[in-house]
Ligand binder design. Structure first.
Ligand SMILES: [Cu+2]
Length: 181
């Protein structure tokens, strides 16, 4: 076999190996390509910031959040009704996204707001991550979260107090928009 043929064969084998090994497919545990994204911006006087991605998944929408600048402990995270983070305290984002007019609850409760995503757990460095598949969120239709917002709160969501779960002030707000693929 001449040098040229040998080189071609090598390239062909390399490409075949790459395809077989799944170099182009997302690995387990790796966040999928996002369909929507929210960049969390701290409200006035706060340091919480991060990124939340949303992608279609079997059984709902996969939510992957990475947030920093929190105090150690639990912080409520919700989808709020307006994608409007203009106000310095996050109040322009409105109430929890609740298209079915349900009471506030835990993410796994029978009755809950669509926007009730539960709590982030911040470590000793103030960093928190979340990776869940939510059955009620959608990226189109009545439950679509596009154009709404993600809000992270000062306190833990107790899942009981109506209608906000006693989650306290708003530390960060981010509009949910289409992600660049
Ligand atoms: Cu909230």
């Amino acid at each position: 076999m001449n040098r040229h043929t040998c080189l071609m064969l090598f390239l062909l084998l390399s490409i075949t190996a790459a395809v077989l090994l799944g170099c182009d497919s997302p690995g387990r545990g790796r966040p999928p390509k996002a369909d929507a994204v929210s960049v969390l911006i701290p409200t006035k006087g706060n340091t919480a910031a991060g990124v939340v991605t949303f992608s279609r998944a079997k059984g709902g929408v996969r939510v992957v959040a990475e947030v920093t600048g929190l105090s150690t402990g639990a912080h409520a995270i919700h989808i709020h009704e307006f994608g409007d983070c203009r106000s310095s305290d996050g109040s322009s984002a409105g109430e929890h996204f609740n298209p079915d007019n349900q009471p506030h609850g835990a993410p796994d409760a029978q009755e809950r707001h669509v926007g009730d995503l539960g709590n982030l757990q911040a470590d000793k460095n103030g960093a928190a991550s979340l990776d869940i598949i939510d059955p009620l969120l959608a990226l189109e239709g009545e439950h679509s979260i596009i154009g709404r917002s993600v809000v992270v709160h000062a306190q833990e969501d107790d899942f009981t107090t109506q209608p906000h779960g006693a989650a306290g002030g708003r530390l960060a707000c981010g509009t949910i928009g289409l992600a660049r693929q």
